[in-house]
Design a protein around this ligand. Structure first.
Ligand SMILES: *Cc1c(COP(=O)(O)O)cnc(C)c1O
Length: 352
């Protein structure tokens, strides 16, 4: 068993459908910088996927996708309102602020990793004077950083509050496929129908090697986005290799198969973890992540047995993630090993 398989969904390899699409694209010559048939076909596949005439760009990673998207919605004196656990705040090294030349991020709280619309109103209305960075964008993450999902109703309320305060709505969809799989609704019902202006749609964690799509539902906001990509070093010259993976995922339906599988494995993993005395779920498991509170001694025992998982949330907290590649029997075998390790944890330390 690979003892790092639950560390993150980006520890996974490339799924077969993507690999095959890459191989098909790997023939002969194609125009560079996105002026090729694969890119056109991938953009059309995304338009079909969202059932709307959106504008699409492909970049190398999620940090670039988010920060360039936000930069296109803001001027330097604006601000972006997001949840305090948002990836753009905690995990992008200030790239959003950098690419927008100083746009400030304003944090709002909310249960289970989800923005509380009233907190947005409070933050926007706190000040209206010239000394406060003018709120211009509301950014939500779907599925959230804590492995939960916003329902269409919750997103509708988020869209309403954004409109009410004249905020553009950005969605960080690094795990958008997992959210669609979890909610069993159409992609459009979670995006433009709720007022999302721009989505960064993650390919990497869904089974690609690289590539994230920046999808503008309001095409006017995409003006000169190609220049932004180029200046940021995000315009791939052999663009077909960032585009073809989308053809592989979308046309085959693998995007949904992969996401459903990862979500199902997370449910199974949650049951295995919960079966251990002293281990409790921190958040509802609604996508492909399982967050648990566990005795510090068990965290240490798992680590010394070689298991690699994230504990960045604090002591006695651990995150386990599943992907398209997780195998159900491996989840069960992990459960067995976990029970054996827990049984051997010294009683005086256990639970301390
Ligand atoms: C993984 C992830 C990203 C993208 O991260 P990169 O490492 O820059 O590709 C963005 N948002 C969220 C919520 C993520 O989990």
């Amino acid at each position: 068993m690979h003892k790092n398989m639950f560390a993150s969904d980006n520890y996974s390899a490339v799924c077969p459908e993507v690999w095959q699409a890459m191989e098909e694209a790997n023939c002969g010559y194609a125009n560079s910088y996105g002026d090729d048939d694969w890119t056109a076909r991938a953009c059309n596949a995304l338009r079909d996927f969202f059932e709307t005439d959106c504008q699409v760009y492909f970049v190398f990673n999620g940090t670039a996708a988010n920060s360039l998207a936000l930069a296109s919605l803001c001027r330097s004196y604006h601000s972006v309102v997001c949840h305090e656990a948002a990836h753009i705040e905690t995990d992008e090294c200030g790239a959003g602020e950098f690419f927008s030349n100083g746009t400030k991020i304003l944090l709002v709280p909310g249960d289970k990793g989800k923005i509380n619309p009233d907190a947005v109103t409070h933050t926007v209305n706190r000040r209206h004077d010239i000394h406060y960075p003018k709120p211009k964008v509301l950014s939500v993450t779907q599925a959230t950083e804590l492995g939960t999902v916003y329902t269409p109703q919750e997103l509708g309320a988020i869209g309403d509050v954004a409109r009410q305060h004249d905020l553009r709505l950005h969605m960080d969809g690094a795990r958008f496929a997992n959210a669609v799989a979890s909610l069993e609704v159409s992609p459009k019902a979670l995006t433009w129908q709720c007022g999302v202006d721009v989505l960064t749609f993650g390919g990497t964690k869904n089974g690609m090697a690289v590539s994230e799509a920046v999808v503008f539902f309001d095409r006017s906001l995409a003006e000169e986005f190609d220049y932004r990509c180029k200046q940021a070093g995000q315009l791939a010259s052999k663009m077909r290799y960032l585009a073809a993976p989308w053809i592989g995922l979308l046309e085959s339906g693998a995007w949904l198969k992969n996401a459903c599988h990862a979500n199902r494995c997370a449910q199974l993993l949650a049951r295995e973890l919960e079966s251990i005395e002293g281990v409790t779920l921190m958040h509802p498991v609604e996508a492909n992540a399982v967050f648990v509170h566990m005795p510090e001694s068990l965290v240490a025992a798992l680590a010394s047995a070689g298991w690699h998982f994230y504990t960045f949330i604090g002591t006695g907290h651990a995150r386990f993630m599943c992907s398209w590649q997780t195998r159900e029997e491996e989840v069960r075998r992990f459960g067995e090993e976990l029970r054996a390790i827990a049984a051997n944890c010294p009683a005086e330390e256990y639970g301390s």
